[in-house]
Design a protein around this ligand. Structure first.
Ligand code: SF4
Length: 311
């Protein structure tokens, strides 16, 4: 083991303020109201987080009608929910705590305000992602159109006034290209007052962008269904590291390829616990000497308050 592998560790990485808050909400709800607590949808997109919470007394369901005991509290996930979900909970007299990230709620309120002011709204996002379903469900269907690509922009045929909002975890660069085309198509296009792609997405992508070109391989720790993690892999590839991969505990560590490298990059998505990053490094250390260099592109200090029900 004479060779040394350098790991360029991106920072910021891992948990964002919205994920920390959502996990806190489940844990504090179990403490305050006792187990079991129902959680609609994976609270955040990470298997380990979900499994840990299950052990503490959380029961995960896809829809409210799967809840066997409606006298127990239910928590809505960080991705946000369509308006119909809290309405259904209220109809069924269920007590609920909303763990929607405040930055997703901001997009919801924005869409509502634009709708009230008569705009046709374009939502830039990924079809079937829970956040997109939640945002679409804030206003009548006929007033909001989902687009995913440049091609979709070309097909749009909306009557002005037109405005756009976005999913919070998109690729900053791809979204910029889509918006530029939208601006050409709709001269008076109304943009969000404050950028919808959140600080955590922007910062994690920016750190990866600055180091990926120096790396022979790049790994993003995160789940398959984590939008922000998948975007980090795309960003690393685009920034020059073709061998960029999403890695989670179901994957085999490609150590044969890793040990051939001199420098690899490493980061984690906003819903991936730091322990998974450290486990990954630990796994590599079994095969090669490792030196770690942390690349800090910016420091984060964002925190969000818990909902009033938990005070
Ligand atoms: S990624 Fe951004 S929007 Fe999503 S939970 Fe984290 S801070 Fe909130």
């Amino acid at each position: 083991m004479s060779k040394e592998l350098k790991i360029l560790l991106a920072s910021p990485r891992g948990f964002c303020a919205g994920v920390v808050r959502a996990i806190d909400i489940v844990e504090k709800s179990i403490e305050k109201f006792g187990a079991p607590i129902y959680v609609r949808h994976e609270i955040v997109h990470n298997k380990q987080v979900v499994e840990n919470l299950k052990k503490k007394g959380a029961i995960f369901v896809d829809e409210l009608d799967q809840i066997k005991d409606s006298s127990r509290p239910v928590i809505f996930s960080a991705h946000g929910v369509p308006k119909s979900v809290p309405e259904e909970a209220a109809d069924r007299k269920m007590f609920y705590v909303d763990a929607t990230c405040p930055l997703v709620t901001k997009v919801h309120r924005e869409a509502e305000r634009l709708n009230k002011n008569g705009y046709k709204i374009i939502l830039i996002g990924h079809k079937d992602h829970p956040e997109v379903i939640g945002t679409m469900g804030q206003i009548p269907k006929k007033n909001i159109t989902l687009i995913e690509t440049i091609e979709d922009v070309k097909k749009l045929n909306l009557q002005e006034p037109v405005a756009y909002v976005t999913q919070t975890t998109l690729s900053v660069d791809d979204t910029k290209d889509i918006i530029e085309l939208l601006e050409k198509k709709y001269k008076n296009l109304k943009s969000p007052i404050k950028e919808d792609i959140c600080y955590a997405t922007t910062n994690r992508q920016s750190a990866v962008k600055q180091i990926a070109s120096q790396c022979e391989m790049f790994f993003v720790i995160g789940s398959e269904n984590s939008s922000n993690s998948k975007r980090l892999v795309e960003v690393a590839k685009k920034a020059g590291c073709k061998k960029s991969y999403l890695f989670n505990s179901n994957n085999q560590l490609p150590f044969r390829e890793i040990v051939k490298c001199n420098k690899i990059g490493l980061t984690s998505g906003a819903s991936a616990p730091e322990k998974l990053v450290q486990d990954f490094i630990y796994g590599i250390k079994k095969y090669v000497n490792v030196s770690i260099e942390e690349f800090v592109s910016t420091k984060e200090s964002v925190t969000f308050k818990l909902p009033v029900q938990l005070n």
